[in-house]
Write a protein that binds this ligand. Structure first.
Ligand code: 0RQ
Length: 504
């Protein structure tokens, strides 16, 4: 195997996680690595949580302000939430204990576009960054840092932080050199284009760079990434995948998409994974991916030769796929490139590559406004993540969901969404297991008719038809008919009775 810490001055900095964590002070702004459960530090955050608990039992305050790439894992968000050691969190969280604190009003959470978090830190919107805690797969003899399974905001944190702590993770592939393209557009000169013209092109360096003077601790670990299993595609997911493949074939026939489609962005979750599995059986070949996260489904498309190349900022693999990747990483050299999230999600590149974006949602209204984040308008689920970066700038923006949630007590198609992440203009196609509504070029009334007829579940379709008929008669005006007192009554009924259905 490779030498994980090749740089002599850093060998002298090797220490325990407990010693490293002592460099982090109360109220520090801490930038940690991590994106969709991969490439996050595992041991230092747990030692930090223990420090916090000890200080709390002594009656002393201790909490940090935490920014990452995106979601992490139980060792990071989970342990820090359990220790009540976080006062501020951005830009994305999907961990349950942290979510509970946010929804209890105990953690200030800023849910932001993933492409823009680095800009906020460069601009010191939250003050200067005190500490960066970054997982790497190895350190070369000349002190360059070989990234691990995610890139996220790491170079930005390394550039801004006054103190740097590194976790060198030997569980990560020893063959990661060459998978990353570390490029920061900042400092390239104002008004210059990003010179990337191919999905797997390279414009930056293979490694991160850090001022060695700032590195105060190097911790060795062998702890795996979060690596959750995907459930096998269920009936709804397979139907959604089927409608989408038919739609893409239709678009190819119409000449609006090339036979190998345009590069695909695919969101997180089981439905997204099912769509990728569906593509394996579909007619399309030589596909490309320009996305945020590489799930199992994309690696399988690469294995089967259906997909040629993919660009992302992170992996998010099942334990079996992660183990397979760690053994056979070299197979993917040159075909898989991981970039900073400011680049993987950059508006300029998403427009340039004519991306087809496919994301999940919590609910859509009859006009196609989408809520991806706030349950009943007030409880955060995860965050907007990269879905806004992609939906706004994609050539084709698809949102997909089962038409009901919670066993039918919730309709995911509603009269009005109580929180909007994606405005109707950024939502071109809505797909449920009931069908696919192509909304391009339609007026609000036409969109509503189509969404109700095609996407709504039969349990809720008559209720939506009735609402819309009344709205078309009693609305203040008729461009986008709405009944203001009733628009949120479905959500209020769920809050009061546990179901959006009217009990008879
Ligand atoms: O609840 O966890 O209690 O079972 O919400 O829903 O059906 O498992 O769907 O995993 O595809 O997630 C929008 C959250 C969908 C995701 C969202 C309940 C449901 C379940 C999860 P349980 P499912 P998914 C790039 C793209 C924003 C970020 C993004 C997301 C739970 O897609 O976070 O797109 N998107 N990033 O029961 C109340 C409703 C509901 C509902 C579902 N209408 N009301 N609860 N649920 N619909 C990647 C990154 O950015 C990293």
């Amino acid at each position: 195997g490779i030498k994980r810490v090749g740089y002599k001055p850093f060998q002298a900095k090797i220490c325990s996680a407990e010693e490293a964590a002592l460099h982090i002070q109360h109220n520090d702004l801490v930038g940690m690595s991590g994106f969709t459960g991969s490439g996050y530090p595992k041991d230092i955050p747990q030692a930090l949580a223990q420090n916090a608990q000890r200080l709390h039992t002594e009656g002393r305050p201790f909490s940090i302000r935490l920014v990452t790439g995106a979601s992490t894992g139980p060792e990071l968000d989970g342990s820090l939430a359990q220790a009540q050691a976080v006062s501020f969190r951005s830009p994305y969280n999907s961990e349950k204990a942290m979510r509970a604190l946010i929804n209890a009003g105990q953690v200030a959470y800023v849910d932001g576009h993933l492409s823009r978090t680095g800009d906020s830190v460069d601009a010191a919107i939250w003050g200067e960054m005190d500490v960066a805690v970054i997982e790497v797969s190895a350190i070369t003899e000349d002190g360059a840092l070989i990234p691990s399974s995610s890139v996220g905001n790491n170079q930005t944190w390394l550039d801004n932080a006054k103190t740097v702590l590194l976790e060198v993770n030997s569980w990560q592939s020893a063959d990661f050199l060459g998978f990353h393209d570390i490029y920061r557009h900042e400092g390239q000169g104002a008004f210059q284009p990003i010179p990337l013209t191919e999905v797997n092109g390279r414009v930056g360096k293979n490694t991160f760079w850090v001022d060695p003077q700032k590195v105060k601790g190097v911790v060795l670990t062998h702890t795996p990434d979060r690596n959750a299993d995907f459930s096998a595609p269920d009936d709804a997911a397979e139907k959604i995948a089927g409608y989408l493949l038919d739609f893409y074939s239709h678009e190819v026939k119409k000449g609006r998409l090339p036979p190998s489609l345009f590069p695909l962005q695919s969101g997180v979750g089981n439905i997204a994974n099912a769509v990728l599995a569906g593509l394996k059986k579909g007619p399309f070949r030589n596909l490309q991916g320009f996305t945020e996260v590489i799930q199992d489904g994309m690696l399988e498309l690469l294995d089967e030769g259906v997909m040629e190349k993919v660009s992302a900022t992170a992996f998010s693999l099942s334990p079996a796929q992660a183990a397979a990747f760690n053994t056979h990483a070299q197979r993917y050299q040159g075909r898989v490139i991981l970039r900073p999230q400011a680049i993987s999600n950059h508006a300029e590149l998403i427009r340039r590559f004519h991306i087809i974006a496919m994301n999940g949602l919590l609910e859509a209204d009859i006009y196609g406004n989408v809520n991806s984040t706030h349950v009943m308008g007030s409880a955060i689920q995860n965050g907007i993540g990269g879905s806004g970066d992609f939906a706004r700038n994609a050539l084709l923006s698809v949102f997909m969901t089962p038409s009901i949630a919670k066993g039918g007590k919730i309709s995911t198609i509603v009269p009005a969404v109580p929180h909007v992440d994606h405005i109707a203009q950024d939502v071109h196609v809505v797909v449920t297991e009931q069908g696919l509504a192509d909304l391009r070029g339609l007026s609000p009334v036409q969109r509503a008719q189509k969404i109700i007829a095609i996407c709504a579940h039969p349990l809720y379709r008559p209720m939506l038809e009735e609402y819309f008929q009344h709205a078309q008669k009693q609305s203040f005006s008729f461009h986008k008919p709405v009944l203001l007192p009733q628009a949120f009554s479905w959500h209020q009924r769920f809050i009061e009775t546990g179901s959006m259905l009217v009990s008879s």
